[in-house]
Design a protein around this ligand. Sequence first.
Ligand code: GDP
Ligand code: IMO
Ligand code: MG
Length: 437
Amino acid sequence: MGKNVVVLGSQWGDEGKGKIVDILTEHCAGVTRYQGGHNAGHTLVVGGKKTVLHLIPSGILHPKVKCFIGHGVVVAPDALLKEIGVLQDSGVTVAGRLFVSPNAPVILPHHIALDQAREAHRGKLKIGTTGRGIGPAYEDKAARRSLKVADLLAPGLEQKLAPVLDYYNFLLTQYYKAEALDPAEVLKAANSYAESLRPYVLDVTGKLHELREAGENLLFEGAQGTLLDVDHGTYPYVTSSNTIAGGVCTGSGFGPLHLDYVLGITKAYTTRVGSGPFPTELVYDVASDSGDPIGKHLGVNGHEFGATTGRQRRCGWFDAVNVRRAVQINSMSGICLTKLDVLDGLSEIQICTAYEYSEDHIPGSYDAASFNQATPVYETMPGWSESTVGATELSQLPANAQAYIKRLEELVSCPITIISTGPDRVETIILDDPFKA
Ligand code: GDP
Ligand code: IMO
Ligand code: MG
């Protein structure tokens, strides 16, 4: 029997999922994306060479591995084709290795226009989306008006697209006072992708089960993170998909009892990009170089700028309340702690161990309003002055770094089985490999 491993984010995304998926791919036959879209930006560094992937699974750099985009992903055909082109130009073979579900909804120009018009309309209350049309594409799925990848390949596209564009143009012009889109142009764009996409289209669910029945190892790669989940995150400051482990089943058609291990990728501190509550934030503004010095340390040393939009990521202390919740929601088997090296040089490190709420807090509520009523309670630990960069053995870490890791394990009730000490594949301490565990 093969093993089926889920790798997903425990916080607000950008935890370092891409790097770890790339490493673990060595042991598996297929890597599958099951939710999100090209809002994701997953960075892989191999021998100093950086690759950023948005839609293509982070297994693509391993030549023998197959990569799948399940029907839970919202697929922007232009972004996908561009990404394929970039990889091919750098010598990576994609043809025959990448497969897209015909049932995945597509993102077309009207989704992007509505996403951006909405954000402009919300003004100060904007979500801070990536502006890639992700929200509207998922809305269309729930509203049963999506165009799927299969629709781009089949006859009758114009008839399917026309009523949708009619609706979008009404919304754009009448409610958001934005420009209408020319239906002929959108149709032209949609048609132009069809033939290039066709060779990649496959029954992904069927293929995954075929591989499973053949005893192969499979990996499922999450995008975003638990706190951006549309049901479990800091609503409404979330993305529009289920980023949690349950999303694997709905977004790929792989049943829950086939999953053997859930690895939660977890930064040794916290970051978030976009708006929304962040109780442990240490506010620092890079443009004016003003704000909290620890916030600056984390942002500068961690190069905390978005891999998709280039925006400055907000930084703060580790939040054990949230990660513990993520451990529970995702039934995490193990945690991979990333960017430990970014804490090097701090004399003290704080960990949020609990929240104190104001009196008007509604017990059990877990949305943006609830987070805004929370005051973090901190525990302080000693930091370390030695460098942990590139460590590959636990024994190479300073005693205080080891104590920090141990304390996090206790607080979140999950073993830390992998520790990442730099962006490169090799800068990793693997205590327990999920494919062998
Ligand atoms: P993802 O979206 O979860 O795949 O993460 P991103 O790629 O958006 O952001 C993680 C960033 O941190 C990337 O620039 C990685 O190259 C980098 N990174 C990953 N792990 C480590 C680490 O252990 N230490 C350092 N310094 N950087 C890391
Ligand atoms: P990876 O996979 C971090 C955030 C956006 C915004 C919110 C909604 O690289 O970890 P959307 O465009 O999805 O409607 O935006 O979600 N967001 C991410 N933040 N990492 C990501 O992906 C993200 N994908 C979306 O910044 O706050
Ligand atoms: Mg990212």
